[in-house]
Design a protein around this ligand. Structure first.
Ligand code: F3S
Length: 396
């Protein structure tokens, strides 16, 4: 790899231990993937925040970097943590876990990382420009950044995203290169897509059919931010591609592949069936995967107005979004109904194994992680169905 003089000084340790360690990680990655050089990045988004995933070894590594003078050189935000940083007791998190989690967040702050703790950084001010190189790690956010915004990022691991934040650089390979961002297969989408779960089911169907090949979807007439957020999450979860194109909707320019497949209504139905377990006894409803927008919170408030939930109901969102919802009066209505905000966290990264049996959600990705991380059975449907389930204790 060709390094600039400054990058060489970083690698030689002239800018401190943390910068040196970070540059070593990036150079090793670049050499593995055949990068020719580093590119400067506009921002970083770092996963590996929950104590549930990071553990003591991860915390120790962060401490070493903080003691070694590490400091973010670009805007850098955090993925969700294992708990609501202010309201963890109400969500049933134990004190030991809370202490370790707070220590992790403090250490990231010492490194100059913004403790935003959200998987939708683009909703709270970490918003790249079209064509800008960034180093993000949360898969749904990576796919949204590449596909909907037109920024350029690989799906970083937590350590490489942190190394990029501390140096302001990332190796130039993969999604940073124009030739790797071209569509492989045209996907003609036959059904009309009506709501967020339809887009989640579409991501499931395409992911299962194409794996990590990049689709160019045609015949999708419109899509809201919330629907594209859901599609980004599910296509990355069930397939692995960090980029999709939608003709007429997404901004990237791509060549037109010759291979073509069709997604039919039966494919969406099959996705829905696969994500709905039979005979599941509902005891937990959680929406906000990826984190809720203000518009979604407004909708939930209108559905819960002067009502009372019967089962545990969590709304996962960024604290910044909740603060706005508070100003608009939505939080008061939602909490009066007995629902709980889970800011800074979500049902996948919080330590919930054994606490609930069945999760109802409007997110295909939440079904995948609810099953995998927490052994939940799952019910998958619209936001309206989820709120109804929370109010009645039944899935209808
Ligand atoms: Fe976000 Fe958690 Fe879903 S990190 S994308 S809410 S699994």
């Amino acid at each position: 790899m060709q390094l600039t003089d400054e990058e060489t000084r970083m690698l030689n340790g002239e800018q401190g231990y943390a910068t040196q360690k970070s540059m070593e990680i990036l150079v090793a990655l670049g050499e593995i993937f055949g990068a020719d050089r580093m590119v400067k990045i506009g921002s970083a988004q770092i996963s590996g925040v929950s104590y549930h995933n990071l553990g003591d070894a991860g915390l120790e590594y962060l401490e070493t970097l903080a003691k070694g003078g590490g400091r973010a050189r670009v805007m850098a935000t955090l993925n969700p943590a294992g708990m609501d940083l202010e309201n963890w007791e109400a969500l049933g998190i134990d004190e030991d876990f809370a202490g370790k989690q707070s220590h992790i967040i403090d250490t990231y702050e010492r490194l100059g990382i913004i403790p935003s703790c959200t998987c939708t950084p683009y909703l709270i001010g970490n918003m790249p420009l079209y064509g800008e190189h960034v180093a993000w790690s949360e898969s749904s956010a990576v796919t949204y950044a590449n596909s909907v915004i037109g920024a350029r990022t690989n799906r970083e691991g937590g350590p490489s995203a942190l190394a990029a934040a501390l140096t302001g650089r990332t190796p130039n390979y993969g999604m940073h290169l124009t030739e790797n961002r071209q569509a492989h297969v045209i996907v003609q989408v036959e059904p009309e897509l009506r709501d967020v779960p339809d887009f989640g089911a579409l991501g499931y169907a395409i992911g299962k059919k194409l794996g990590n090949e990049i689709p160019l979807m045609t015949n999708v007439k419109h899509a809201s931010l919330e629907e594209l957020k859901s599609l980004s999450a599910s296509i990355a979860t069930f397939g692995g591609t960090p980029l999709f194109h939608i003709e007429g909707l997404t901004p990237n320019i791509t060549t037109h592949p010759t291979e073509k497949i069709i997604v039919e209504i039966a494919d969406l139905k099959a996705a829905e069936t696969a994500l709905n377990d039979e005979n599941a006894e509902l005891d937990f409803v959680s929406v906000g995967c990826p984190h809720l927008t203000l518009k979604e919170i407004e909708r939930i408030a209108s559905l819960l107005y002067e009502k009372r939930v019967k089962v545990e109901f969590w709304l996962a969102t960024a604290r910044h979004t909740k603060d706005l919802a508070e100003k608009l009066g939505y939080v008061r209505v939602i909490e009066a109904a007995g629902a709980k905000f889970a800011c800074d966290t979500c049902m996948a990264v919080a330590p919930l194994k054994g606490r609930f049996k069945t999760l109802a959600t409007d997110s295909a990705k939440a079904c995948y992680y609810g099953r995998g991380s927490n052994d939940f059975r799952t019910k998958f449907g619209s936001l309206e169905r989820c709120v109804e389930a929370a109010l009645t204790g039944k899935w209808s």
